[in-house]
Design a binder for this molecule. Structure first.
Ligand SMILES: [Zn+2]
Length: 133
């Protein structure tokens, strides 16, 4: 199931960005503990990177700090709790929290790719994992 999902994700975009989540910390949180398995997330990431290589797509792991707090439109920090599902900012931006987070992750990843050089595609390991750099 994870394999299928990973391949589907890779085939759907040219650049795949995801949060470099510290699953161990999340599992400590009782509300999330049931839905997140350390092993499953790690495995999914491995498959993402594997298919990224095969299909010539770039996978980027970005630091998870502020991705859910920052406003994707103006950059202001909007505090949220785990139960907050809507991102609402004074600049007028109002959208689903996950969507706001995704936009922030994408923006972060584009900055990362810009720094490391987009021309490295196909020559080196396609996985630009911040964890190892
Ligand atoms: Zn805003």
């Amino acid at each position: 199931m994870l394999v299928k999902l990973a391949r589907c994700v890779i085939q759907s975009a040219d650049l795949i960005a995801y949060e470099d989540l510290q699953v161990r910390n999340m599992v400590k949180n009782h509300k999330l503990a049931k839905s997140i398995s350390d092993a499953a997330w790690h495995q999914f990431r491995c498959w993402l990177e594997y298919f990224g290589n095969i299909y010539g797509k770039v996978t980027v792991a970005v630091a998870p700090q502020y991705t859910s707090i920052d406003c994707s439109s103006c950059g202001r920090q909007v505090k949220k709790t785990l139960s907050t599902r809507t991102h609402k900012c004074v600049c007028g931006s109002e959208l689903c929290m996950d969507e706001n987070t995704a936009l922030n992750i994408l923006a972060k990843s584009l900055r990362t790719v810009g720094h490391t050089g987009i021309y490295a595609w196909g020559q080196n390991d396609l996985c630009l994992d911040l964890e190892t750099s």
